[in-house]
Write a protein that binds this ligand. Structure first.
Ligand code: ZN
Length: 77
């Protein structure tokens, strides 16, 4: 059968179909320390300070950033 698209050849395609459904999870905007993430931790890095969140992955609430020494403690090497 003839497809409907052939009949409506004059209709312009909406070119401005942007992907608004972006992943807004925090991992998208922050850096994640891989060796800490491998330990099952959140591992978000607070870029201005370079500190790392060592709370469990997907922990509720906000991150608790700790210094490099504490991050090393939980990191997988
Ligand atoms: Zn965190």
């Amino acid at each position: 059968m003839n497809s409907q698209e052939d009949h409506a050849s004059g209709s312009p395609r909406p070119a401005g179909q942007k992907e608004t459904a972006q992943d807004l999870s925090s991992t998208h905007v922050t850096h994640v320390r891989e060796d800490v993430a491998m330990a099952g931790r959140c591992a978000n890095v607070h870029l201005p300070t370079g500190r790392t969140c060592t709370l469990p992955a997907r922990h509720p609430g906000s991150c608790n950033f700790v210094g490099p020494e504490d991050a090393e403690d939980v990191a997988v090497h």
